[in-house]
Design a protein around this ligand. Sequence first.
Ligand SMILES: [Zn+2]
Ligand SMILES: [Zn+2]
Length: 203
Amino acid sequence: MRWSEYWPLQQAEGTSGLRHSAWSLLSTNPPAWVYFLDFAVYPGLILVCTYDALMGPGSVGLVRLAALALAGYGIWTFAEYVLHRAVFHHVPGFRHAHFAHHHAPRELIGTPTLVSTAIFAVAVYVPLVELLGRPQASALSVGLLAGYLAYISVHYLVHHSASGGLATLRRLKRHHALHHHRENRCNFGVTTRLWDRMFGTLR
Ligand SMILES: [Zn+2]
Ligand SMILES: [Zn+2]
């Protein structure tokens, strides 16, 4: 059976033990604790990268760390827009899992932690180390990872929090609701509406 047919992995009734846990870690619709693993793993990775940028060989210092982290956060917001618009809505595999989320927005469907961290390590961190050197790569990663953490947090909150709360969250909730319910060709940004405004997809 091809990989794409396993995506999203469904949990067979009665599957138990180690095999169940291992599959759960790769499932896009996992038990709650696997879904919430991101919220423990990503703050941990942010701390590790912060420590590495400041205390590792060739420390970048506090000011450059702040500047690079801010740049990383900004880059993430653009990546969030592009990933959602070009990858989640069009690339087979991702599209399947993402449309499952569109049809059941309150189900705990997300990119498995193992998949997102592996993609980050191989496609982002290693090339950044080659390009900029390790301390700078770690400093930029602090912002990129914080951006991803903000993205999964805001996305969880817009679907699961009550309508009240912060005005910004209420605005983002409406923004994302339009993406889901009215026309999924608009409002691809989740944490910011900036890139939708820039590329003419804001509704
Ligand atoms: Zn979407
Ligand atoms: Zn959503």
